[in-house]
Design a protein around this ligand. Structure first.
Ligand code: C2E
Ligand code: CA
Ligand code: CA
Length: 721
């Protein structure tokens, strides 16, 4: 709390400054009678120090004093920190007009003439104290208002229409970057601060307001003397006289630059891609919807080009996300350039302008929207240019990188009536471009239907899957019925797709077959399975056999024998623990060649098994000629052996047949105890199926093995049980 308030609650303090002790005494006498506290100083210098100490509310100052006269003392007092608040009364000689003028110049509040009229003095002083009080209150509330305005960056103004003068509060000066003393505010001068482009708008809003009794609110930009631009919000209202004539206006101005910036930032985040600064999916959608709407009206065409980078994922994975981000930025720049240059191409070709806009949909996917087209070929020109610009060499972190892109084009209205179908079809066409060897663009065609597309997508992604380590092996145990022990595992591949989850080999192995990808996938499976089984061998488990499926294309691969040998060499796996599974249909195709091939494989020392036995057309005579070790009874028979006498009979016969050929039998897909019992009774050697365990990832296998030792192996060690 300040001293002023304290003093106000108590009695007011008056400082009497006079070199004449008699005058001081008389004054004290008179003022104390009126309930005031009186302090004295006998000259100007004393007065200054007494002022600091006593903090009086009023000072009575004699003019003629030694050392420092009253005028000088007055102006010195005014310079003190609390000096502006205090009332100062100068006591001059009667009719000394010069002194009176001087008194006001040096900041006196009032004057009293000598000789002093004593009876009146205290009334005069009391009256002055009251005025000073009122002034102080006013100043304080003004200060509060101006502080509040400064916090809100908000100022108030008034306009006198007759004199054309404007009153501005301090904060408006501050907002406009102007000094109150140097700027003579008229309406015209104010308008000069308004941004040129917004001036007409402001003038119009104010003119309208002058004619109606209504609050107006506008946002506009102002330019500060130093060239800075600010955004302000203004509200105003007109004051009318009794005759309805506008005589003035008043209102507020608020600095909303930060809010506008925040709004712009929010808009940017909502509509633009932060990394590249390109429009994002949302803005693309809005542009496209508008373009399609206009094309419908004008009978024009709109093309959507869908661009996907061919090898971005690999670069991202090998060089890291930071480099990947840089690459995307650079590509975005190149694409922007390419679009600018293709704008020129399409323009000069057609004489009229087409509009092109580039967006990033996410990841390494971009779209280019071409509106106002008259011919499809224009889209081809642009797409070609885009593909060319994408593969411009780039230097990222000192490395030269080359990226290519594949693009699909769909055109409104030919390939779709709305954005959704256009995008879908452009996406389909893009996959065809990838299929056609990448680094090219394809128009959408109707034959690119959903199922071929799904296949194509799978194909494109499958190629990446191997590079990205998305393929994994599961293992399914095979149990010896006699002992209850796990004696082997079949390796079964899975595709751990980042979005689609685990994909079954039934879905992707056929595609891998067709595209030839199976060769490299197959090599990976063989190597991984052999290496894994060695890990378990070395860990001290009873040596297990590993079954690896071979597909037809793999089997026909010239270097199969060589590559199997190589894998065994590098993993140090004893060949007798490897069993290659070949389906019946594979070995029955081109029998003579197969026999040679199988013998070559056998020479390595591994096992061969016939997978899915019973589903093909194996004839006994052929089977005899193949160097086989195991026969896997297909799941489809096992399924119904306990209910379907036909399946039971076939299974029985197969087991007998296998025995006669000295082949081990494994029944696949064993799910129930009943099936197991039946198979045991028929003399089947081994079983594989959910009853024992479904295929599990490698880390689960050890657990299974340990369990099989302790539970299932017990009877063997303790025949008494
Ligand atoms: P397959 O060689 O006949 O493999 C056995 C399939 O039966 C596996 O399906 C397995 O999960 C499933 N299965 C096992 N026990 C049971 C059971 O008790 N009930 C039922 N209903 N099913 C059972 P999966 O893993 O989906 O493999 C399907 C096929 O994909 C395999 O059939 C094989 O032909 C092929 N495949 C899997 N991995 C590879 C591989 O690495 N290379 C090649 N070329 N083909 C593979
Ligand atoms: Ca198999
Ligand atoms: Ca099988």
């Amino acid at each position: 709390m300040d001293k002023y308030r304290q003093a106000k609650k108590e009695q007011p303090v008056v400082l009497v400054v006079d070199d004449d002790i008699a005058v001081r005494m008389l004054m004290r006498e008179s003022l104390e009678q009126a309930g005031l506290i009186v302090k004295e100083a006998e000259n100007g210098v004393d007065a200054l120090s007494a002022f600091e100490k006593e903090t009086p509310d009023l000072v009575l100052l004699d003019v003629n004093m030694p050392m420092m006269n009253g005028f000088e003392t007055c102006s010195r007092l005014r310079q003190l920190s609390r000096g502006s608040d205090v009332g100062i009364v100068i006591v001059t000689g009667l009719n000394d007009v010069k002194s009176i003028r001087r008194a006001y110049e040096v900041g006196a509040t009032d004057f009293i003439t000598k000789p002093v009229n004593w009876p009146i003095l205290n009334h005069r002083v009391r009256y002055l104290l009251r005025t000073i009080d009122a002034f102080r209150d006013l100043r304080r509330s003004e200060t509060r208002l101006s502080q509040a305005q400064s916090v809100a960056s908000l100022g108030n103004w008034e306009r006198d229409i007759l004199s054309n003068k404007l009153y501005w509060s301090d904060e408006i000066y501050h907002i406009f970057g102007l000094e109150p003393q140097t700027f003579d505010v008229t309406y015209e001068a104010y308008l000069r601060s308004v941004h040129l482009e917004d001036r007409a708008y402001v003038i119009n809003a104010v003119d309208m307001a002058l004619h109606k009794n209504e609050l107006y609110s506008i946002d506009y930009r102002i330019i500060l003397p130093d060239g800075t631009e600010r955004a302000v919000y203004e509200q105003g209202q007109t004051v009318f006289d009794e005759t309805g004539k506008a005589i003035g206006m008043y209102g507020i101005v608020q600095d909303i630059t930060k809010r506008k910036k925040d709004e712009a930032r929010i808009r940017f985040l909502a509509y633009y891609d932060v990394l590249t600064g390109l429009p994002n999916r949302q803005l693309f959608k809005e542009h496209a919807d508008r373009a399609i709407f206009a094309a419908k009206r004008d009978g024009a065409k709109v093309a959507v080009i869908f661009l996907d980078l061919d090898n971005f994922k690999r670069i991202n994975d090998t060089l890291g996300h930071k480099a990947g981000d840089k690459l995307l930025k650079k590509i975005s720049e190149n694409l922007t350039l390419s679009i600018r240059s293709s704008d020129i191409v399409t323009r000069t070709e057609e004489g009229k302008q087409t509009k092109t806009s580039l967006s990033r949909l996410g990841g390494d996917e971009f779209t280019i929207l071409l509106s106002g087209l008259s011919r499809m070929e224009q889209a081809a020109v642009v797409a070609k240019r885009i593909i060319d610009y994408v593969c411009l060499p780039m230097k990222i972190d000192g490395q030269d990188l080359y990226v290519t892109g594949s693009a699909g084009i769909a055109v409104y209205p030919d390939d779709g009536e709305d954005l959704g179908s256009l995008l879908k079809n452009a996406d389909a066409a893009m996959y065809y471009a990838k299929d056609a060897g990448k680094n090219n663009a394809q128009f959408y065609a109707r034959h690119m239907n959903a199922s071929t597309l799904a296949r194509l997508k799978m194909e494109v992604n499958l190629k990446k899957a191997l590079e990205l380590n998305e393929l994994i092996l599961y293992y399914q145990p095979q149990m010896e019925i006699q002992t209850g022990r796990i004696i082997g595992l079949e390796a079964l591949i899975r595709w751990k797709h980042p979005e689609m989850g685990l994909i079954s080999p039934l879905e992707f192995i056929p595609i891998a077959e067709e595209t030839g990808l199976i060769v490299s996938i197959g090599k990976w499976v063989l190597k991984t399975a052999c290496a894994q089984i060695m890990v378990w061998h070395r860990a001290g488990f009873i040596p297990l056999r590993i079954g690896v499926n071979l597909s037809s294309r793999q089997f026909r691969q010239r270097d199969l024998v060589e590559s199997v040998r190589q894998v065994l060499d590098t993993t140090c796996l004893d060949p007798k623990y490897l069993e290659l599974e070949l389906t019946e249909s594979i070995i029955m195709h081109n029998v003579e060649e197969t026999i040679t091939e199988l013998y070559e494989l056998k020479e390595i020392g591994l096992n061969l098994s016939v997978d899915d036995f019973g589903t093909g057309y194996s004839s006994m005579s052929y089977l005899k000629r193949f160097p086989l070790d195991t026969l896997k009874i297909d799941r489809s028979f096992v399924k119904d052996i306990t209910t379907d006498s036909n399946d039971a009979a076939i299974t029985k016969a197969t087991i007998v047949l296998a025995k006669s050929l000295d082949l081990t039998t494994i029944a696949e897909g064993v799910e129930t105890e009943e099936q197991l019992t039946f198979l045991r009774e028929q003399g089947c050697d081994q079983v594989q199926g959910y009853l024992i365990s479904p295929p599990v990832p490698a880390e689960k296998v050890e657990e299974l093995l340990i369990r099989s030792y302790f539970v299932k192996a017990k009877p063997k060690h303790n025949p008494a049980l």
